[in-house]
Design a protein around this ligand. Structure first.
Ligand SMILES: NC(=O)c1ccc[n+]([C@@H]2O[C@H](COP(=O)([O-])OP(=O)(O)OC[C@H]3O[C@@H](n4cnc5c(N)ncnc54)[C@H](O)[C@@H]3O)[C@@H](O)[C@H]2O)c1
Length: 335
């Protein structure tokens, strides 16, 4: 770490999410500075090289740059493992987009390497930093609501991701439902068993990759609570997201989906808009999670979600994938 009160960043992968992070680091995160952006696509790197950062196709240049304290890895999922390993060898603090790898054994191995190198690590489960989700978790921890009895989460994308992305994403549970799973673990606690049910009514592209486009996943928690996660790849009205936790003394719901905080009532009905995609819905959460990473590095305090969360949330997603394929309930201990 440099001796200044600034964390100098290199961003690896400047696609949809990498460019959001690069812009945040360059313009919206206190104590952070964007030094370089690396992407095999030079044009993408150049577009994301905000605030005078350099753009490069050369990973060795970025990782060998002594001015860089931390890397933010936002390359495609299939590349995270090798990028984490290279950043570990270079001794950089690491923020990595979810998931670390598609495979649980690989994930455990690479997380162990990071831990052994004693390098700070944070995984990109940004929902934990969304003000609504964070407040639900805080209230649950305070004990005011009593014991949690039921958890419910719904996330629906307006349309399928690009085919190149679907091809290497690992399927709906590992790529997408993992966010709901991480929230369930964050709010309620560890999960012991999952049962998945899925179909593909949305687009033949999912059949091509053995994937599905609608899913119901039921959860059993260690503390006796039960839960359900509902996902779809088609909500033409926009990104549709809500989370509800039913407790002994009431329930907590976070669900504000409107980009413009307005309802219009007229002769044709009641109208309001929606956030179209997660990029807009979680714009504040992406900033807040990166700020938490920087604040943790500067203060030398533990980061979260950490290597343990990267492993455990993936483990549940892998169990869900297994449950779907084998048409049975799967214990998390089987993974
Ligand atoms: N937390 C979230 O909400 C969230 C949202 C979207 C994506 N993601 C995660 O972020 C990652 C990237 O997703 P995306 O939607 O930005 O994908 P994307 O396809 O838009 O971007 C990926 C980028 O990686 C680049 N790339 C390819 N090979 C590379 C290499 N060898 N070295 C460096 N860069 C390389 C590509 O050129 C591209 O610019 C995925 O792992 C995904 O799971 C997380």
């Amino acid at each position: 770490m440099s001796n200044t009160r600034t964390i100098n960043f290199g961003v690896i992968g400047a696609g949809a999410i990498g460019s959001i992070h690069a812009r945040n680091i360059a313009t919206r995160i206190a104590g952070a500075n964007l030094v370089g952006v690396m992407d095999v696509n030079l044009e993408a790197a150049q577009k994301a090289a905000f605030g005078g950062a350099y753009a490069t196709q050369d990973l060795d240049r970025l990782l060998g740059d002594p001015a860089i304290d931390a890397v933010l890895i936002a390359s495609l999922t299939a590349l995270h493992r090798e990028h984490i390993q290279q950043a570990t060898q270079a001794g950089k603090a690491i923020f990595c987009e979810k998931p670390v790898a598609l495979d649980i054994h690989e994930t455990r191995r690479v997380m162990q390497e990071v831990e052994e190198a004693k390098l700070p690590f944070q995984i990109g489960f940004q929902r934990r930093f969304d003000p609504g989700y964070a407040e639900v978790a805080r209230l649950l921890r305070s004990g005011e609501m009593g014991k949690v009895e039921m958890f419910r989460s719904q996330s629906s994308d307006p349309k399928p991701a690009p085919e190149h992305y679907i091809a290497s994403s690992g399927g709906i549970y590992i790529d997408s439902v993992i966010h709901d799973i991480d929230v369930a673990r964050f709010m309620v606690g560890e999960i012991t068993r999952v049962t998945a049910l899925g179909r593909n009514p949305v687009d033949a592209v999912y059949d091509k990759y053995g994937d599905i486009s609608i899913s119901i996943l039921t959860l059993e928690f260690e503390n006796g609570a039960v839960g359900v996660i509902q996902n779809s790849r088609r909500t033409p009205h926009g990104y549709d997201l809500r989370c509800e936790v039913h407790c002994e003394r009431g329930k907590l719901v976070t669900e504000d989906e409107r980009e413009t905080k307005l309802w219009r009532y007229d002769a044709h009905g009641i109208h309001g808009d929606y956030y179209y995609y997660f990029m807009q819905r979680f714009q504040d959460a992406y900033r807040i999670e990166a700020q938490a990473f920087v604040d943790g590095l500067l203060a030398g305090t533990p980061l979260q979600p950490n290597t343990h969360d990267a492993i455990e949330s993936l483990r549940v997603a892998v169990a869900a994938t297994k449950s779907l394929r084998e048409a049975r309930s799967v214990l998390i201990t089987e993974v």
